[in-house]
Design a protein around this ligand. Structure first.
Ligand code: IMP
Length: 199
């Protein structure tokens, strides 16, 4: 089965292809002739991943899936959420985003937060969504140099290392993205469980 992963990031395509195995041929956007940046202007992760997958399915006629991720901070009414990439502005700087978040949290005792990923899969049979999350706390100082985005200030519950102090393998064992993709892959491989979808 050929499936499009609605992303321009070839690294992400390779990672998921490796988990899926040879029964699936995964293609990124560039490989199906889509060079444009996909719009994601909805106010939920569910809405954005659906918007991207729907666009590709309609315009290119291929079964596909799209993902969207956000950091949801309890004391900030789940912000930055869908604005995580551009929280401090269109320059999309991880440093600026973390500094703004720490400033906005300065007077807050509640540091609870979670990363959440939502994947929308569209095939001729219909639409399915899969999610994954990791709960943790936002800490005051940045720690670690691995990973990206908000990793240096995110301490997952039950761990003494931030996501940026973990190796890729350690992060992948607990991450929001890995958890959501595991559900997608299990579904695609036919090991469907009742808890993985909500339509
Ligand atoms: P995307 O939907 O995967 O592009 O993620 C949107 C934004 O969320 C990124 O630009 C980052 O700011 C943040 N983000 C997503 N995943 C992670 C992660 O694993 N660690 C830290 N920040 C992340």
């Amino acid at each position: 089965m050929t499936l499009c992963f609605a992303t321009h990031n070839q690294h992400k395509v390779k990672e998921v292809q490796a988990i899926l195995g040879e029964a699936f041929i995964l293609k990124g956007l560039d490989e199906i002739g889509c060079s444009e940046e996909l719009q994601e202007d909805k106010d939920t992760l569910e809405g954005n991943s659906l918007q991207k997958a729907e666009y590709v399915f309609r315009k290119f006629g291929v079964s596909c899936f799209a993902d969207d991720t956000g950091l949801e901070v309890e004391a900030l009414n789940n912000e930055p959420g869908v604005f995580s990439a551009r929280y401090a502005g269109e320059q999309r700087s991880a440093e600026d985003n973390m500094n703004l978040l720490l400033k906005n949290l300065a007077s807050q005792v509640n540091r609870n937060a979670r990363f959440r990923t939502v994947i929308t899969l569209i095939t001729p049979e219909g639409i399915r969504q899969f999610d994954g999350e990791v709960q943790g706390k936002i800490i005051d100082d940045k720690r670690g140099t691995e990973g990206f985005g908000y990793d240096p200030i995110f301490l997952p519950d039950g761990f003494s290392k931030t996501l940026a102090e973990m190796s890729l393998a350690e992060k992948s064992a607990i991450s929001h993205r890995a958890r959501a993709f595991k559900k997608l892959v299990a579904y695609l491989k036919g090991r469907k469980t009742s808890s993985v979808h909500h339509e």
